[in-house]
Design a protein around this ligand. Structure first.
Ligand code: CP3
Length: 340
């Protein structure tokens, strides 16, 4: 089906557009009253993720409510560890938790990988197909994955963490097991994202949420090569990499097959443009907390950001929108871009 609004894809491919496209990371979620209402009726987060017609419904909610230029499939990055044999639970008000973690090579060897693992995630592909059908070409649909390093950090750490020191320790003390796990994750993700494209994803975003806790040398060894392998395997649609706090790796990212580089709010537009040049497509990067401020300030800061990037820019926040953000602040941000 032909897209009625393909601003996101034209921008991602490096074309000049009439205005920048806009969407928000975590737009499908708790900022929307209609999400909270549906979520309240269910047994938990995973029921929503694993029920395709419900996942499709909450994927489309922000398109209806906010008029954003893209939908992002409702799911989680942690479905990949689970498909490989490392089950996760989502604990209310706490976040992810893994009953058993990866301790060393023996555990890595026991994991499923590649297409065999990715085939398990039929509910994700089904959700994409339903969403595509129900969107009827209104906006592109983004599919996503966690980067291998970020997924390794959850599988080794077993939960969220301030420091992820267990995961970093794993890299320093068991580099062979770490690389073996990263390989297995990469092979699974390659099968997964390509099946997402088969199911209708128009762009793939790779979330490397814990990029910024690695040293530049570690990042070059344990994260970037795997991201690049994934990006190189996606030949039919554009790829975005969002590596949070990885300003030190911006130059290296230009050598990958990623089309769009996502930026967090710590990165000044001028700093990024200096390294990346004027033609690299970027995405980001307003501080999510800016959306708590008065409307005239949101409007001013959004316009300043658009001017500072000077084109080849997909407007977004510098990380996911926080669940308690006032909906009118979010709308002010989006409308400023739609009217620009
Ligand atoms: O709108 C969208 O962006 C699509 C949906 C989406 C979710 N998770 C839904 C979700 C996406 C793209 C993700 C990715 C994800 N999941 C990341 C990478 C992006 C980032 O934020 O850095 C990470 C690190 C995770 C792991 C994860 N999932 C955590 C740490 C948590 C708990 C923290 C929290 O926000 O509550 C989740 C749960 C989660 N994933 C929720 C949503 C909407 C909260 C859901 C709920 O309880 O209803």
């Amino acid at each position: 089906m032909e897209l009625k609004n393909d601003l996101l894809l034209r921008t991602a491919r490096g074309e000049k557009t009439e205005r920048p496209p806009v969407w928000l990371m975590r737009q499908a979620g708790r900022i929307l009253p209609q999400y909270r209402a549906l979520r309240g009726k269910l047994s938990g987060f995973k029921e929503l993720v694993e029920t395709p017609h419900l996942a499709a419904e909450v994927t489309i909610q922000p398109v209806d409510e906010l008029n954003v230029d893209a939908a992002i499939i409702f799911s989680d990055i942690l479905v990949i560890p689970e498909a490989m044999g490392c089950e996760y639970q989502m604990i209310e008000k706490k976040g992810p938790w893994f009953p058993s973690t990866i301790q060393g090579m023996e555990d890595v060897k026991a994991l499923r990988t590649g297409k065999e693992a990715a085939d398990d995630l039929h509910y994700v592909y089904e959700a994409l197909k339903i969403t595509k059908q129900e969107l009827a070409g209104r906006v592109p649909l983004i599919g996503f994955t966690g980067a291998p390093w970020t997924l390794l950090s959850y599988m080794v750490e077993g939960s969220g963490s301030k420091t992820f020191s267990k995961a970093k320790k794993f890299l320093y003390t068991q580099p062979e097991a770490a690389h073996a796990l990263l390989e297995k994750l990469t092979d699974t993700i390659i099968a997964y994202v390509n099946m997402k494209v088969d199911a209708g994803a128009d762009l793939i975003q790779i979330f490397d949420s814990w990029a910024g806790i690695l040293s530049p040398e570690q990042y070059k060894e344990f994260s970037l090569p795997y991201i690049n392998k994934i990006a190189a395997s996606v030949t039919r649609v554009p790829v975005t990499v969002f590596a949070k706090n990885a300003w030190f790796a911006l130059q290296d990212m230009t050598d990958t097959d990623c089309d769009v580089i996502g930026l967090d709010w710590n990165t000044r537009p001028e700093f990024a443009r200096n390294i990346l040049g004027p033609d690299q497509v970027v995405q980001g990067n307003l501080d999510p907390c800016m959306l708590y401020s008065p409307f005239d300030n949101i409007e001013k800061k959004t316009k300043e950001m658009i001017d500072a990037f000077g084109g080849h820019h997909i407007v977004n926040l510098g990380h996911g929108v926080y669940p308690d953000t006032p909906l009118d602040g979010v709308k002010c941000f989006v409308n400023t871009v739609l009217n620009s």
